[in-house]
Design a protein around this ligand. Structure first.
Ligand code: SAH
Length: 247
């Protein structure tokens, strides 16, 4: 009987893989991978490795979570090293928790290898520190997926708010946050395809987002808060100094 490794593939750039993830990808007999895994990373696999795409793109669910669980279980019965490769980190909105619980129940050995989650890759790339003295001492990461119910009052009080899966609902998110008390002038950054060759950063404000949202394409990380102004890519050059002085 084999073992299942839940491996974080990082945000995109293959060099952001951990050494452990890299080794396991090279040694894997089977790899089940998601839509957001950079295909370059799969090239590290051995030639006879069985690679299976089990991506679930928002509305086009090709395979259910139950089917993925079942596949992991069955492969682990036959092969020694089964790698479940997930974009970013397996335990950040990746349903990794469900897979671990399922396999544990079935008596299958599991090991979790963390990955650089997309919001850390994105904030590093865009040079937006999530915490910085005088501006932000807390951050929260939420899912903007339409199925999630969110208590906006809670998140209106967090200094830096990060939204994953929020592109579709970006306008509504901005409206809700303003209603819940966030400043309309607060800057917002979207980092599309972070750490890949297609990376793009879009800056806006909550006000603009609520009225006339700019075009943004998924996958993107949304960062809301005054820290956005400190990015070297932000167009208002002097705002960082201004912010530090105010606070
Ligand atoms: N486990 C993943 C998150 C899965 S949810 C992680 O740790 O990052 C999927 C969401 O992650 C996307 O909707 C998007 O918001 C974000 N995401 C993943 N990869 C990304 C990338 N390269 N660039 C920007 N956003 C990304």
């Amino acid at each position: 009987m084999g073992k299942v490794y839940l491996v974080g593939a990082g945000p995109g750039d293959p060099e952001l893989l951990t050494l452990k993830a890299y080794r396991l990808i090279k040694e894997a007999d089977v790899i089940l991978f998601d839509a957001l895994v950079n295909k370059e990373i799969l090239k590290f696999a051995k030639q006879d490795c069985i690679k299976i795409y089990v991506g679930k793109r928002e509305s086009r669910h090709t395979i259910s979570q139950e089917e993925i669980n079942e596949l992991l279980y069955r492969f682990s019965k036959v092969y020694e090293k089964v790698v479940r490769l997930k974009g970013g980190d397996p335990f950040v909105f990746g349903r990794g928790g469900e897979e671990v619980l399922f396999l544990r129940e079935k008596g299958i050995e599991v090991e979790v290898i963390p990955g650089v989650t997309s919001f850390l890759g994105a904030s590093a790339s865009a040079e937006i520190p999530l915490t910085i003295r005088g501006i932000s001492s807390s951050f929260a990461v939420i899912s903007g997926h339409p199925n999630r119910k969110i208590d906006w009052n809670v998140y209106s009080k967090i200094d830096t708010l990060i939204v994953l899966m929020g592109v579709k609902r970006r306008r509504e998110i901005a409206k809700k946050l303003i209603e819940a008390g966030r400043k309309e002038s607060e800057p917002v950054a979207f980092i599309e395809n972070a750490t890949t060759t297609q990376e793009k950063i879009i800056f806006t404000t909550l006000k603009e987002l609520a009225s006339n949202p700019p075009e943004v394409n998924p996958p993107a990380v949304m960062v809301i808060g005054d820290v956005v102004r400190t990015s070297k890519f932000f167009n208002n050059k002097n705002s960082f100094e201004t912010l530090i002085k105010i606070s």
